[in-house]
Structure formats: structure tokens, C-alpha cells
Design a protein around this ligand. Structure first.
Ligand code: CP
Length: 330
């Protein structure tokens, strides 16, 4: 795959062709295609999760194992970062230890941006604050294709997706807003006023009448209230009756509609257990597919073959007769 980024921070790092190829490759891997990786050595991938995770961390771990790679669980809390080593020097250390990719989850939005110009190691964003969660959005698009039985993401053109809940604090929403319209999928955000981001692109619709929004949609994408990213206490007393998805609400539609959720779901708040136990609930499919999509992403990043990763050490005396010592530019 040409020009795959060395640092996948957000959907903006990918172009339409790369997304199409990733999803095509995910499908091949799901059907049992062998991995396309260097034959002479095993790949090594580190995960560094500085914020809690079940799905993303374990699905990346499974993806690495399915690719027969070496998985290193880097515990930043117990690392030399705590002795004052910079993150850049830490990442360079991982690179010189032979680790190909570091997958990072952090509370800090935009943490990976500073490394893009001269990457100390290849990196994948596993979710940064409320900024981006690109691998989640990609696996969501893959699962949408599967649900609507289409071969290419462009075949979903004109489908209408309602993203319901705490959109402001949702990194998944920000990635979906960048990804789905690339293929003509229409997004409507719906939720309490304080949960709708400001400065949205013109093509993103906003609705405040949930039942009307659902009537106009082909699929629902539910979000939990992400209290850990709120600056204040949110009153949830009437949230379930005002914004929750339950069987009565769906029955009123008169047709079956697929319901997606990135997880973790707070059952009894944004969704009722009867929905989670029904055939409408697609979150388990999203989890299942996540492994193939993340395998495809790791494979694409490894085989991209960028030579400049970690190459930060330049000779500062390079004329004849001068010292041959090499020192870091930083
Ligand atoms: N969807 C998602 O990011 O879930 P985790 O927080 O469990 O990784």
C-alpha cells in the first residue's frame, strides 16, 4: 500500500484509496488469507495504554498474535518515563530494541502530533482524549459494510447514520465525522445540547428530536456518557427516558434498525438490556471484526517500508579529520 503513514493519529492521515485497501484486506484476512509480512523475522509490536481499555487493547493483542508477532506490553507507569526520560527518548529506545510499532492510548488529545515530522517509531493511536480513535472508526465502517452487505465503502453512499449521545467528548465520533462522509455516508448527531460539538462541518446534520432522527436513519450509533472527560457532574436522572434506546422506541419505528456501539455500553442509561440481547445489537460484531481490521492496519504499517523511522542521530562533525562522534540533534 503506497504512502501508508508512519504515525496513524487520525483519519486525516489516510486517503480514500488507503481506507478502501485496508477494508478489502480486512475482509481477506477474515476469510483466512495469510499475513503479508517480512519472512525473515517476527514483527514486534508494543502496546502502551495509559487509559483503561478492554476492547482496543485486547483486540490489538489478538491481532498481533494472529500475525504471529511478538507483543510487548509496555507499562509506562513503571518505566523510566517516571525518572524524567522524555517520551521521545523512550520511543527511540523501543525502536532501537527492535520494536516495529507502538500502539498508544492516552488521555492527552493530540499527543502523537509532535512526532509526525520525524517519527521515533511507527505509532498507532489507540484513542487520545476526545480527539481521535481511527482504528475504531475503520472497524465500524467495515461492520457497516458487512451489515448492509456491500463490497466497497463507496457502496454505502447515501446511507444515513444517527450518532446519538455524548458526541462532544467522543473521539470515535470525531473519527467517524472524518471517515464516513469520505464515502458519501450522511451523519446526523443527536443528543442533549451540551453533547453536540461546536464548529461542525456543514455536511454534518444536528437534530434534537430523537424519534424523528431515528425515523430518518438507516442505522443508529450509540454513545455512552463519557463522564471521565467532563469538567462537571452531568445529571443523568432523565437521560434514559429522554435519550435512551429501548424496545418501545424501536417498535414505534415499525422496522428493524441496526444499532452500533463502540463500547463500553452503560446498560440502563443509553441502551436497555432488551436491545443488547436482541439481533439489532451489532456491538459484538464490531468487536469480532476489530481483530481483522487491526491486523490489516499493522500489516500495512509494517510493509510500508519507511526507512527514516528512528533515524534521528546525525553526525555533527562530518568533515575529514574532525571527530567521528555521533550525537543527537535534540
Ligand atoms: N471502543 C473502545 O475503545 O473500547 P475500550 O475502551 O474498551 O478499548
Amino acid at each position: 500500500m503506497n504512502g501508508f503513514p508512519s504515525i496513524l493519529e487520525g483519519i486525516e492521515d489516510l486517503n480514500r484509496e488507503q481506507v478502501e485497501q485496508l477494508l478489502q484486506r480486512s475482509q481477506e484476512l477474515k476469510l483466512g488469507s495469510p499475513a503479508r509480512l517480512p519472512l525473515k523475522r517476527k514483527i514486534s509490536v508494543a502496546t502502551s495504554f495509559l487509559e483503561n481499555s478492554t476492547r482496543t487493547k485486547l483486540s490489538f493483542t489478538m491481532a498481533i498474535k494472529q500475525l504471529e508477532g511478538i507483543h510487548i506490553d509496555f507499562d509506562a507507569e513503571k518505566s523510566s518515563l517516571k525518572k524524567g526520560e522524555s517520551l521521545e527518548q523512550t520511543l527511540l529506545t523501543l525502536n532501537y530494541q527492535g520494536i516495529d510499532i507502538c500502539i498508544v492510548r492516552t488521555k492527552d488529545s493530540g499527543l502523537l502530533t509532535e512526532f509526525k515530522e520525524r517519527p521515533p517509531i511507527k505509532m498507532i493511536n489507540g484513542g487520545d482524549g476526545s480527539n481521535q480513535h481511527p482504528t475504531q472508526a475503520l472497524l465500524d465502517l467495515y461492520t457497516l459494510m458487512e451489515e448492509f452487505k456491500v463490497k466497497r465503502p463507496g457502496d454505502l453512499k447515501g446511507k444515513k447514520i444517527a450518532i446519538v449521545g455524548d458526541c462532544t467528548h467522543s473521539r470515535v465520533t470525531h473519527s467517524l465525522i472524518d471517515l464516513l462522509p469520505m464515502f458519501g455516508i450522511e451523519i446526523t448527531l443527536c443528543g442533549p445540547k451540551e453533547f453536540i460539538p461546536k464548529n461542525l462541518p456543514n455536511h454534518i446534520k444536528v437534530m434534537t428530536d430523537l424519534d424523528q432522527c431515528l425515523r430518518e436513519s438507516d442505522a443508529i450509533y450509540l454513545l455512552r456518557i463519557q463522564t471521565e472527560r467532563h469538567g462537571h457532574q452531568f445529571d443523568m436522572t432523565s437521560y434514559n427516558s429522554d435519550w435512551g434506546i429501548n424496545i418501545d422506541r424501536i417498535k414505534k419505528l415499525g422496522y428493524e434498525i441496526p444499532i452500533f456501539h463502540p463500547g463500553p455500553a452503560n446498560i440502563g442509561i443509553e441502551v436497555d438490556s432488551a436491545i443488547v440481547n436482541s439481533n439489532l445489537w451489532k456491538a459484538h460484531k464490531q468487536v469480532e471484526n476489530s481483530i481483522y481490521v487491526r491486523m490489516a492496519i499493522i500489516e500495512a504499517m509494517i510493509t510500508n517500508g519507511d526507512d527514516n523511522i528512528g533515524a534521528r542521530y546525525n553526525k555533527i562533525f562530518n568533515t575529514q579529520g574532525n571527530s567521528t562522534h555521533e550525537e543527537s540533534k535534540v
